[in-house]
Write a protein that binds this ligand. Structure first.
Ligand code: IPE
Ligand code: IPE
Ligand code: MG
Length: 254
C-alpha cells in the first residue's frame, strides 16, 4: 500500500514524539501568590523564574519553538499598578536575560502590538531581537500585548492593502497567503498547547496557528510548573493519536 508523506509522519512511534512547537498560557501567578497571603506581584516575579526553567527544559527535550503568552490585549483592563508592574518586570527581565539567551543559542522574538509599549521597552525589544536573530537552538517567542484576533486582523488588513493597490486579486487570497502574514507564520505550527492555572480556555491566544494543536490543561499554577510538569505534558502529547482528519485505521502502524 503506497504511503503518502502525512501517513509516514503519523507512524513515528508515539512515545518518541516530541512536539516541535509548544505554546503556553502561563496562568495562575496571582492566585498562587494570594494562596500564600502574598501580593499578586510576587507571583509574577516568581513566574519569570519558571520561564527560565521551561526554556531549558524545552532545549533538553529537543523542542524547536516555544511561544509564551506574557500579556494579552485584554490585560490592559487590570488595575493600573499591576499593568505598570508587569511592564517594568518585562523590561528588567529582558535586559537581564538577553545575554544568557544569546549565549545559549536562543533566538528571541516578541509578537504582539509592541507600538503601545513605553519607548524604552520597544527599544529593548528591537535590540534583543537583533542580537539573537541568527541563533537556531530554540526559537523563543514572547507574546506581549498579543491577541489572536488582533493577529488575524493585522494579516487581513495587509492583504486588503495589496488588493487595494491592485497587486493582488481577491480570488488569489488563500489560506497559505494569510498564513504567511500572521505572527510565527514561518515556524512549524504549535502542536502542543499548555495552560496552567486550572482554567480551560484559549483567552485569545494563537487562534489561527492552533487550528490542529493538542490541548493540555493543568491545575498547577504557573510558578509551580516545573520540569516534571513539562515532561508530563510532553508525555501526554506523545500518547495521543493525531489523525488530521484521517480515520484511525488509515494510520498504518510502522
Ligand atoms: C498570568 O497570571 C500572568 C498574566 C496574565 C500577566 P495571572 O495574573 O492571570 O494569575 P491569576 O489567573 O490571576 O491567578
Ligand atoms: C491569559 O491569562 C493571558 C496570559 C497568560 C498572559 P488571563 O489570566 O489574562 O486570562 P483570562 O482573563 O482569565 O481568560
Ligand atoms: Mg489569569
Amino acid at each position: 500500500m503506497p504511503l503518502n508523506s502525512s501517513i509516514i509522519f503519523l507512524t513515528v512511534p508515539e512515545e518518541n514524539r516530541v512536539p516541535r512547537h509548544i505554546a503556553i498560557v502561563m496562568d495562575g501567578n496571582g492566585r498562587w501568590a494570594q494562596r500564600q497571603h502574598r501580593p499578586r506581584f510576587w507571583g509574577h516575579k516568581r513566574g519569570v523564574e519558571r520561564v527560565r526553567s521551561t526554556v531549558e527544559g524545552c532545549i533538553d527535550l529537543g523542542v524547536e519553538a516555544l511561544t509564551l503568552f506574557a500579556f494579552s490585549t485584554e490585560n490592559w483592563k487590570r488595575p493600573e499598578e499591576e499593568v505598570s508592574f508587569l511592564m517594568n518586570l518585562f523590561i528588567s527581565s529582558l535586559s537581564r536575560e538577553v545575554k544568557r539567551l544569546h549565549k545559549n543559542g536562543i533566538r528571541l522574538r516578541i509578537i504582539g502590538e509592541t507600538t503601545q509599549f513605553p519607548e524604552k521597552l520597544q527599544q529593548s525589544i528591537v535590540d534583543a531581537e537583533r542580537l539573537t536573530e541568527n541563533n537556531s537552538r530554540l526559537a523563543l517567542n514572547i507574546a506581549a500585548n498579543y491577541g489572536g484576533r488582533w493577529d488575524i486582523t493585522k494579516a487581513t488588513r495587509h492583504l486588503c492593502q495589496q488588493v487595494a493597490e491592485g497587486r493582488l486579486k481577491p480570488e488569489e487570497v488563500t489560506e497559505s497567503l494569510l498564513q504567511q502574514q500572521v505572527s510565527l507564520g514561518e515556524l512549524p505550527e504549535p502542536d502542543l498547547f499548555i495552560r496552567t492555572g486550572g482554567e480551560q480556555r484559549v483567552s485569545n491566544f494563537l487562534l489561527w496557528q492552533m487550528a490542529y494543536c493538542e490541548f493540555y490543561f493543568t491545575d498547577l499554577y504557573w510558578p509551580e510548573f516545573d520540569r516534571t510538569a513539562l515532561e508530563a505534558a510532553v508525555a501526554s502529547f506523545g500518547r495521543r493519536q493525531r489523525r488530521f482528519g484521517h480515520t484511525g485505521e488509515q494510520l498504518v502502524e510502522s
